[in-house]
Design a protein around this ligand. Structure first.
Ligand SMILES: Cc1ncc(COP(=O)(O)O)c(C=O)c1O
Length: 374
């Protein structure tokens, strides 16, 4: 054994790593089963749009372009996003131009890029607890300090988060809807929060699940962009667009923020297949509609069944449901696993289940019923 092994930076060695699930095939092999269902990572159970699949297939030929680097500027996708975001709906009344958009290898990578652009050792980032597990990892990677503010009623305590801002604060992360709880912060409380956030602090609104939101009081965050606020809105093609495996997400921010992040995101950070698939997925509004309908139906079914079983759950605005149980979440996870149902334990007594196809939801409930105490 060599004596002087390379040492990580001290702050990197302190990071608690993200623990991914095992590959489904491997779990099945270990358990001796073959028809498991994965309701653990909030993916789209319908899969991607057929249009996105066609776009990827078109690349799979000798001259399809895979031997060439992708378009670094993401020209077509950014323009399509600019057009879509300027149209309204989940977008804004104001226009969003392509130079206010950055593409990333999943929105995860943009969390990382934002942290590396705006934070250094000793700087602080404020986030909810529990919230998306990657925020403290990204912050820790640059020697930053994560200030974790407990949720109230399963959503971010925006008052306490604004109270936590100090001279060292560089970023405030808000996952809306929050992962793992699925609850949202509404526009009036967000407005009050923004009024209290001083200049020089970047508010990162992580809207990975925004397409699923039904609540009419969901904040129109794009508005703040044109009020000269330092806000970075993150969205993804991994969830409602069903492209998690291709890794593509995007950020929307004032051009001053985008320009700096662009410098260090790394050239060609989104691949050709991901760009093509995302562009076509965006154009398939019928597939998105179907995705959202299936999610709503699944939600109603699960609410009804969980209610009948007397199991507590947090009403969700996303494609997953958070359940605070009376028993150890690991035990429930293991018991469900034996029946081929993979969910995610997200706290000592809390589990999160992705809303699946009708037959998957049914199977989850049937498996849950076999567990004596919950
Ligand atoms: C709140 C939140 N943000 C970001 C992500 C990252 O998504 P991706 O990197 O696949 O775009 C996730 C994924 O689970 C998430 O739940």
């Amino acid at each position: 054994m060599p004596k002087n092994r390379i040492r990580p930076l001290e702050y990197v060695s302190k990071i608690k790593p993200y623990v991914p699930g095992k590959p489904v095939k491997e779990l099945e092999r270990e358990l001796g089963i073959s028809d498991s269902i994965k309701l653990a990572s909030n993916e789209n159970p319908l899969g991607p749009s057929p249009k996105a699949l066609e776009a990827v297939k078109d690349l799979l030929s000798a001259d399809g372009g895979l031997s060439r680097y992708p378009d670094d500027s993401g020209y077509y996708l950014k323009n399509a996003l600019s057009e879509r975001l300027s149209r309204g709906g989940n977008g804004s009344r104001a226009g969003i131009s392509a130079d206010e958009i950055i593409l990333g290898n999943g929105s995860n990578s943009l969390i990382d890029t934002a942290v590396r652009t705006f934070m250094g050792p000793g700087d602080e980032a404020i986030m909810g607890s529990p919230s998306f597990v990657f925020y403290p990892i990204a912050v820790g990677s640059v020697g930053g300090i994560s200030i974790e503010v407990p949720l109230v009623d399963y959503r971010h305590d925006l008052t306490a988060m604004a109270d936590a801002v100090t001279e060292k604060t560089k970023i405030v992360f808000i996952a809306n809807p929050n992962n793992p709880t699925g609850a949202i912060n509404k526009s009036d409380e967000f407005e009050r929060f923004m009024e209290r956030i001083p200049e020089g602090v970047l508010v990162v609104m992580d809207e990975a699940y925004c397409e699923y939101v039904r609540d009419g009081e969901y904040p129109d965050t794009l508005r703040y962009l044109h009020e000269g606020r330092d806000i970075l809105i993150l969205r993804t093609f991994s969830k409602s667009y069903g492209l998690a495996g291709l890794r593509i997400g995007y950020g929307i921010a004032p051009n001053t923020v985008i320009t700096e992040m662009d410098k260090i995101r790394g050239p060609f950070n989104t691949n050709s297949a991901a760009q093509a698939a995302a562009l076509h997925a965006l154009s398939d509004e019928a597939h998105l509609k179907k995705t959202l309908e299936i999610n709503e139906q699944g939600k109603e079914f699960l609410y009804k069944e969980l209610g009948a079983m007397g199991i507590r759950y947090v009403p969700t605005e996303a494609n997953f449901i958070y359940m605070p149980l009376k028993v150890e979440s690991r035990d429930v996870y293991n018991a469900l696993l034996k029946t081929g149902v993979i969910i995610r334990p997200v706290g000592p007594k809390e589990i999160r289940v992705t809303i699946g196809l009708p037959e998957e939801n049914k199977r989850f409930i049937e498996s849950l019923k076999k567990i004596k105490e919950l």
